[in-house]
Ligand binder design. Sequence first.
Ligand code: ADP
Ligand code: MG
Length: 324
Amino acid sequence: MSLGEFDLIERYFLRTHGQGPQRALVGNGDDCAVIAPAPGMQIALSTDTLVEGRHFLSTVDPAKLGHKALAVNLSDLAACGARPLGFTLALTLPRADEAWLAGFSQGLLALADAHDCELIGGDTTAGPLTIGITVLGEVPAGGALLRSGAQVGDELWVSGLPGEARLALEAFRGTLAPPLSADSFEATRHRMECPTPRVALGLALRGLATSAIDVSDGLLGDLRHVLRKSRVGARIDAQALPLSPWLAERSTEQQLECILAGGDDYELVFTTPPGRADEVHAISQALALPLTRIGQIEPEPGLRLHRGGQALAQTWASFDHFQA
Ligand code: ADP
Ligand code: MG
């Protein structure tokens, strides 16, 4: 007999006492979850949906999918400098496949526990495979890092080694010439399938960054959101871009394409006031995470890309679900 809706929820998504964080006043299993933010804190909230065939292939390892579904949501909290508290899971499943559910919940809950983020509720329905997650986090009152805070003169930074996820995607599509070596493929594929949300970085940037965004649709495209919201422009030095060892052996054109237009790395792009680079370097050391200054904020609207004093044309489009 196949698993019923409530057995499914209980078996794979309800935690018993001592199994992961329990900070909600009322957690999973009632009509609503009830949580109380700590005094002086505000709630930061974000939703992201993953749809089969659009965000992932049906063949992806369910544990990796569980990880990624939560990771992309935690990444939004990171971009706001919020500390994760809890999340809800809206799961639409074509069938109750227990092997799939076991893998999915294991990958999902392992990442949740690592971030002390409690699964406080959800909804389970039958239909085409879709995973909707809403995360809640807390930020000091008025202290959320926003897209609108960049100031003229600020320094522009990126975390990690962006572009690896895009490189893997191109390899998957078979569009890379020459193809990736097996080693490079495995390493970059891991970055695409199991991104690391930069939660600790977001927390460390509280009170330092003037603006931040996580890169999901492409570095340039996502940076443009910051520029528009902040009513400023930016200049990026192509030679300053951090280069993943997997990208180092590709052509300059492929490097720029992957770094500047690739999404799915879930790195943070952020701005800091001038003269505070030492603080950023100290965070980089403490987190063992590269943080690279790639440009600066300027008064003229728009994005200017330079290499060795020469302007580069920008032909990269960022991802848009409703445009070809
Ligand atoms: P209701 O009908 O009151 O909305 P449901 O029957 O949908 O409640 O869900 C029962 C309980 O199980 C609720 O507490 C809900 O939050 C939780 N729940 C349902 N689906 C999931 C899921 N996929 N993951 C975690 N909790 C879930
Ligand atoms: Mg319901």
